[in-house]
Structure formats: C-alpha cells, structure tokens
Ligand binder design. Structure first.
Ligand SMILES: C=C1C[C@]23C[C@H]1CC[C@H]2[C@]1(C)CCC[C@@](C)(C(=O)O)[C@H]1[C@@H]3C(=O)O
Ligand code: AKG
Ligand code: FE2
Length: 381
C-alpha cells in the first residue's frame, strides 16, 4: 500500500510557547508512552509500513575522473535524470579515506554518550544553526524529531583551516581537541568531495565544468551529526521530519547497519538503504535556485526503530556569505524564466532558523518573505 508523502504547515521556529520538553534519551527510551510533542499527526506518522527501495543511481567518481568519454557521458546521463526527478544519487569510488569515515562515526558515541549536562555546554543558541540540540525542544512546539544533533560550522577558507577543532575545544574543553581533529579531517574530505560533485553537476547542466565548483571554492558549510536513539513506538514518531534541505548539496553517511532515510518519489515514501562504500548525495533548495529549478530539492525524512540507535552524518554545502545565489545565464531564457529571486545564503539560513521550519515549500515561502521584507529596488525575477 503506497503511503502518500503529506506534510502540514510547519510549527513556527523558536515558538515561545514551545514547552521545554527535555529529550534525555537515556530516560525517554524506557518510558511506555512518549510525550505527545513527539507524536506526529496521523497523515505524517510513518506507521510500520516497510517502504520499498528508492531507485537512486550509483555514480562512480573514478569512472568520471578517468575522462573516458563513454564513462563521463554515462555519469552525466545518470546524474541528470536523478537530479531532474528527485535530486538523490549515490557516489562510490569517492576517494574519501575509509578511516576518516569510521573515525567520525565512531566518535559520535564519544559525544552523545555524555551526560545531558555536559552536552548542554555546546547547546545551540536561539536563532543559530550550530551547537547541540536535543530534538529542538524549545524551538518547535510540536512534531519534535526523535533525535539529538550536534552541528558545527566548516569553512574552506585558508584562514579557517582549524575552525572545527577550535569549535570543539572552545565549546567542550581541551579533552575534546582530538574529537575536533577527527571532524576537521572528515569535513575537509567532505568539502573536497563536494567541489568534485559540483563539477559533475556543472557538466550535467551544460554549463562550464568549473562554474559551480568555483562558486563553492570558499564554502562556509554546516556539518551535522544526527543521533536517533531507539524509540519504543517508532511507528508514531520521526527521527527527522519531512523536509527539503535548504542548503546547496548534502553528502550523507548513514551508519551501515541501520536503515532510516526515506525519499518522497512519485508521491510515495521510498527507502534509501545504507551502502557501506557509498555516500548519499542530494540537491538542496539553494542549488535548486542556482539551477533555476532544473535540478530538484526533494522531500525526505528519517524514520527510527525500536532496537538500535541510528547515526548519520550530513555535510551541508553552503556558499560563502558574500556569494549571490543566481543561476548562470545559460540556464535562463524565454522558455526558462527565473523561478527564484537573487539572494545570499545567510538570508535563507536566517529564514529557516527564525521564521520557517524547512519543508517542501521553503523556497517559495522564502521568495514571498523576501518580497515582503525587501526594499522595492531589490532585483526580482
Ligand atoms: C541549515 C540547516 C538547517 C537544518 C540543518 C541545516 C540543513 C538542513 C536543515 C534541517 C535538517 C531540515 C529539516 C528540519 C531541521 C530543523 C532539522 O530537522 O534539523 C533542519 C535543520 C535546522 O533548521 O536546524
Ligand atoms: O538522518 C538521515 O538519514 C537524514 C537526515 C536529514 O535529512 C538531514 O539531517 O537533513
Ligand atoms: Fe535532509
């Protein structure tokens, strides 16, 4: 039976009425009933329905790098089809050192197993996107995700080459210098991989191969650790609710043994199972705007289970704050008019942090919000 992908109006971000339900998984996981704030509405409950596998293409980066015309053509064909439909694909032979990946996933426990009082030393501040959040209690008033997250900023600028290590030391203390180095090294690899994928997307869209990789050269991105403890009632809650990523590109590592990511394709939830040597890559809203709507940022969610903690690591590629998000001229013409206004990423980020919970309409709602809040002389499509 196909389950329709339905989303409702998002609860406002940083809702002052939001009760400060504390998500202490060490406590909650043993309670028979879960707090109502974590129970999703009937039409959004995942139920015990086993989502069929989503047919996402596997992109072999080694083949693309070889420069062999047939291999490059096949890569671009697969990427184009996927990104025009649902925006998801897998990447293999990516060149990321497996030790970097295993170090990063293993060190998640080092942080999330800390007592809540220690984790709260890195508590995310209202209106900011980085720090520790326990299911966004105090930010949303309902439909709370069954997860703890730790998000931190990564910058590819040379003068910021230790930004991740410094974040861990400053927020958690010298004892966390090593874990900071683990995620600094992992984030460096993610940034390098993201720039290579941008070359593939540039060629796929028929623009200069370096257009988007140059645009993101000095990216100012977000690294996010998702930690979803077992839930006694996984059929009525969600690790991450239905949303489109507002960022540009997401490179996701799912813990090998634990399923959870689901993508809405043809109005049906379909599973993207973990694949040991592959990263899941998806287009975000900002790249959908950069491609003038040709590549799609699509609805996805993460379900939880009743037996094992689900861990995932998401690298969210974002442009430097000075970059204007506007599609290359090749992607705009009389038959393909501008779909979204020019904007800078920090403005969309602020919208998602202070005014709007990311869902399937974020970009259109953001465009309307921009028009209401910008002076009349601003450039509009
Ligand atoms: C800029 C960001 C906002 C979120 C983290 C990054 C990229 C993805 C966004 C998010 C994951 C989309 C789903 C809802 C959200 C609230 C979450 O579940 O974490 C979003 C993040 C956020 O707003 O903190
Ligand atoms: O945990 C996952 O598999 C996906 C999480 C996600 O979509 C996100 O953090 O944006
Ligand atoms: Fe996402």
């Amino acid at each position: 039976m196909a389950i329709e992908c339905v989303t409702t109006t998002p609860t406002r971000s940083d809702d002052p009425k939001a009760a400060a339900v504390v998500f202490d998984s060490s406590v909650l996981r043993h309670e028979t009933n879960i707090p109502t704030e974590f129970v999703w509405p009937e039409h959004e409950k995942p139920g015990s329905y086993a989502a069929p596998e989503c047919p996402v293409p596997v992109i072999d980066l080694a083949a693309f790098r070889s420069g062999d015309p047939a291999a490059v053509a096949e890569t671009l064909k697969l990427v184009n089809e996927a990104c025009k439909k649902h925006g998801f694909f897998l990447v293999v032979n990516h060149g990321v050192d497996p030790d970097r990946i295993s170090d990063a996933i293993r060190h998640m426990d080092r942080f999330f197993d800390l007592p809540l009082s220690s984790k709260e030393k890195a508590l995310r501040k209202v209106g900011e996107s980085c720090g520790y959040a326990s299911s966004f209690t105090g930010r949303f008033s309902a439909k709370l995700p069954w997860k703890e997250t730790l998000s931190f900023r990564y910058s590819a600028q040379k003068e910021c080459s230790h930004i991740v290590e410094e974040y861990f030391q400053e927020s958690l203390g010298q004892d966390f210098a090593h874990i900071g180095l683990v995620y600094q090294k992992y984030s460096n690899e993610m940034s390098k991989l993201a720039l290579e994928i941008m070359e593939v997307l540039g060629m796929g869209l028929g623009v200069n191969r370096k257009h988007f990789s140059d645009f993101f050269q000095e990216n100012d991105s977000v690294m996010r650790l998702n930690y979803c403890p077992p839930c006694q009632k996984p059929e009525i809650t969600l690790g991450t609710g239905p949303h489109c990523d507002p960022t540009s590109l997401t490179i996701l590592h799912q813990d090998n043994s634990v399923n959870g990511l689901q993508v809405c394709v043809d109005n049906e939830w379909r599973s993207v199972s973990p694949s040991p040597n592959a990263f899941v890559v998806n287009i975000g809203d900002t790249f959908m705007a950069l491609s003038n709507g040709i590549y799609k940022s699509c609805l996805h969610r993460a379900v939880v289970n009743s037996t094992i903690t689900r861990k995932s690591m998401a690298f969210f590629l974002c442009p430097h704050e000075d970059k204007v998000v506007t599609p290359p001229p090749e992607l705009v013409d009389s038959t393909h008019p501008r779909l979204y206004p020019d904007f800078k990423w920090p403005t969309l980020l602020e919208f998602t942090q202070k005014h709007y919970r990311s869902d399937t309409d974020t970009l259109l709602s953001f465009s309307a919000w921009l028009q209401q809040n910008q002076t009349p002389h601003a450039t509009h499509p």
